[in-house]
Design a protein. Structure first.
Length: 114
């Protein structure tokens, strides 16, 4: 199983980035997919998730700025990040999970300059 994340980079405050994560190696039917982030010196924390049927969930600090979406046919999840703030700087990790299994992708660095 592989989750390949991409789309990170350096952006000024107020800018936008779009992260992508493509999952492969097994069937992901019924799996939720999500994004977590790990800032320097902090623990990995939840950012957003989307269920197989399209229900979305966000941590409070990104509501109204970030949008998560997925294309089930391609096993791909996206995170559109708008109005970025310096405090959004972190390594972002994608995940795919069910009640029985939890998979992580490699991280992609997002740096927001002030």
């Amino acid at each position: 199983v592989q989750l390949q994340a991409s789309g990170g980079g350096l952006v000024q405050a107020g800018g936008s980035l779009r992260l992508s994560c493509a999952a492969s190696g097994r069937s992901f039917i019924g799996y939720a997919m999500g994004w977590f982030r790990e800032a320097p010196g902090k623990e990995r924390s939840f950012v957003a998730a989307i269920s197989w049927s399209g229900g979305t969930y966000y941590t409070d600090s990104v509501k109204g700025r970030f949008n998560i979406s997925r294309v089930n046919a391609n096993n791909t999840v996206y995170l559109q990040m708008n109005s970025l703030k310096p405090e959004d700087t972190a390594v972002y990790y994608c995940s795919a999970y069910s009640s029985a299994y939890y998979y992580w992708g490699q991280g992609t660095q997002v740096t927001v300059s002030s």
